[in-house]
Design a protein around this ligand. Sequence first.
Ligand code: TRP
Ligand code: SF4
Length: 341
Amino acid sequence: MTEQQKKGRIVTGMRPTGKLHLGHYLGVLKNMVKLQNEYECFFFVADWHALTTKFDCTQNLIEDTKNVVLDWLAAGVDPDKANIYIQSHLPQTAELHIYLSMITPQNWVERDPTLKDLVKMIRKADDESKPSVSYGFLGYPVLMSADILSFNVDCVPVGIDQVAHIEITRDIARRFNNIYKTELFKDAKPLLTNTPMLKGVDGQKMGKSFHNDIKISDDEETTQKKIMQAITDRSRARKDDPGHPENCEVAFEYWKAFASSELVQTVQKECIAGERGCVACKRQLAEIINEQLRPIRERRKYYEEHPELVEEIIKKGDKKAQEAAEKVLQQVRKVVGMYRY
Ligand code: TRP
Ligand code: SF4
């Protein structure tokens, strides 16, 4: 498909918080792989956004940034279809952030609901004596608006938790258009990613801080071990007791997420009839998950072993992103009224 035939342009970012897990894979990553065929895509690692909360612990930032790109490529984001770039490699976004920060009323950022939650989280985790909310952190939604408006996109694929930020982006864009009497910025709409909520093996929210997640980059043995820990029907004492798949909190949910519906039906029938023990059931589940992840993990390994290729991909993405953003910024500088020679 040529750029012209695509449905429009989208941009979305992810903070570099470490290696991605199966929850990310089923939700965000599969969606990115689909979208790259339909839209002109800019996918970026939001390393500046990482600094808004972790400015004082940057020792893993480079590694984390590369790992996000590796997981994207592994999952099937195709650098010939989508542009992969690093937020901090785009000076245009930083510049736009300055213009937008000038016109954004202080109370708009202070009432951002997502930030309120984040502030609570940081406060809890933090050492009391340290000031936890910085000037840059308050600008989180403004920086996000700059990410989005740098490309003047039509849509922004995000999870439901980010919708408030897209709304602020639209408010800021409209205010900019009003103040400078222009129609430059479009209304960016959220393109909701329906995130199938995949629980961690212990039944809690999946996340690395809970040590209950399966990573895309885990090896097969680790995956198998973690799956064997998955919570099943807690009321079941012996393997030939009739089971209750609907109460099989984690294992059966994974079956539904990864196996064909025929297979899921078989598992369900055998479980109810007491013909399937949980240990054997999970061993088979682990095999199926490993089988599905095999090509993804192989691709990840290939790119891990060819860091020069990954660098080329990022360079190319950076360049494309810079060119696209520069076009927007030229218009922005002009309507704001900045001196250029
Ligand atoms: N705030 C987003 C998150 O935490 C990441 C992000 C930063 C983003 N800038 C963006 C997402 C611009 C979409 C568009 O998930
Ligand atoms: Fe869950 Fe499988 Fe055990 Fe049934 S047999 S309770 S589906 S793990």
